[in-house]
Design a protein around this ligand. Structure first.
Ligand code: GAL
Length: 417
């Protein structure tokens, strides 16, 4: 009896063994809302509470957006005597725990931000060398998510091993708290996180920062391919898509390529462009983190971010990112396996004029063995029009708007024997 009591209490002291990519989190890409794209450093408790309330009242929560993430600029710029971080008392007068409790009471989860450097990108105190202390503090506040940036890293990057070690320190510290905390690594694709992060993190940014623009080439974002040295910032939607396709196959359940937070609703793109942006983030299995003002949304914004069928592609249990099957000038075609022998296909037209685009069964099922038979008649559903387009055989041709997409689902691609 005594022995079993001792054993039971000893076991209770052993922290639950959770490993970042294997911590049971982000089985499908995480969804939520983040302060940065819309508000930058202008954040405070009231703004975050108002957003959380709107995520519930607008119904966004029911669509799956359940993480409320506080990005940079929440910190007080001095550690306490015991080395703990505190929030800026003017922005968060009740401290973090009270805010987190309020958001938890709404049935939502909460995320926080820091950098694997001496300072964050906004110049605030960060966590390099303080991993254990900070992870414990966040766990104490009830945090469910950490976005972990790359600024001021003291030269501890440049090889995958240096980056891995620096990010693993926080992964271990989070796991040591025993609290499941989704670990979202944000090193902008430096040193190829798709190769080194999948055993330590739930997602990793694969590009420099997005900005609210469809395809403008900007010198601040010099990389056009994923393997370039200066990830930069002000990366357009098309720039990020063209980099993401190359690393798509590195994603897996529990570890996702993060294409950065969404800009839908922030005003810099047309409705078609935002639809394309959201479609590709969903199909390439990026986390879907809203970055707009959720307290005041137009019906056009809601139409995009509240489309159940598109969200279902992102959250599908096949966990496979769509693959780019071809590029012809401004046109691209993507095909992705979904559960139950269904298939998503995207016809993307980055050109300035509407175009008719055609995808053949051979294009779509190029990698399936055997190919789906060209004579097979398959029902096709339009996921944005939310209606069936009828049955098709061998190929499908559709009009695709300028800077736009058609996102369709093949309802039965089982190969007949
Ligand atoms: C960048 C990061 C952004 C945002 C910003 C905050 O490095 O990519 O998403 O977090 O820092 O300063």
């Amino acid at each position: 009896m005594i022995t079993s009591l001792i054993l039971a209490s000893a076991l209770a002291l052993v922290p639950t063994q959770v490993l970042a990519a294997d911590n049971g989190l982000a089985i499908t890409p995480q969804m939520g809302w983040n302060t940065w794209n819309k508000y930058g450093c202008n954040i405070d408790e009231q703004l975050i509470l108002d957003a959380a309330k709107s995520i519930v009242s607008s119904g966004l929560k029911d669509y799956g957006y359940n993480y409320v993430i506080i990005d940079d600029c929440w910190q007080k710029n001095k550690r306490e005597k015991n080395k703990e971080l505190l929030p800026d008392p003017t922005k968060f007068p009740r401290g973090m725990k009270a805010l987190v409790d309020d958001i938890h009471d709404m049935g939502l989860k909460v995320g926080i931000y820091s950098s694997a450097g001496t300072l964050t990108c906004g110049g605030h105190i960060a966590s390099l060398g303080y991993e254990e202390t900070d992870a414990k503090t966040w766990a104490k506040w009830g945090m469910d998510y950490l976005k972990y940036d790359n600024c001021y890293n003291q030269g501890q990057s440049g090889t995958p091993k240096l980056s891995y070690d620096r990010y693993k320190a926080m992964s271990d510290a989070l796991n040591n708290t025993g609290r499941p905390i989704l670990y979202s690594l944000c090193n902008w694709g430096e040193d190829g996180p798709w190769n080194f992060a999948s055993t330590i993190a739930n997602s990793w940014r694969m590009s420099g920062d997005i900005y609210d623009n469809f395809n403008r080439a900007d010198p601040a974002c010099p990389c056009e391919t994923y393997d370039c040295l200066l990830p930069g910032f002000r990366c357009s939607v098309m720039n990020i898509i063209n980099k993401a396709v190359a690393v798509g196959q590195k994603a897996r359940s529990g570890g996702w390529n993060d294409l950065d937070m969404l800009e839908v609703g922030n005003g810099g793109m047309s409705h078609e462009e935002y639809r394309l942006h959201y479609t590709m983030w969903a199909a390439l299995k990026s986390p879907l983190l809203l970055g707009n003002d959720v307290t005041n949304m137009t019906s056009e914004t809601k139409e995009i971010i509240m489309n159940k069928e598109v969200i279902a592609v992102n959250q599908d249990s096949s966990y496979s990112p769509a693959v780019r099957m071809w590029v012809k000038g401004d046109q691209q075609m993507f095909s992705g396996n979904l559960a139950n022998n269904t298939q998503v296909v995207i016809l993307l037209n980055a050109g300035d004029k509407a175009a008719k685009m055609t995808a053949t069964w051979d294009d779509i099922w190029f990698y399936s063995q055997p190919h789906v038979d060209a004579s097979k008649s398959i029902e096709v559903r339009d996921l944005w029009k939310k209606q069936s387009l009828g049955n098709f055989t061998d190929r499908i041709s559709l009009d695709v708007p300028a800077h736009g997409v058609r996102m369709i689902k093949f309802m039965d691609s089982a190969q007949s024997s």
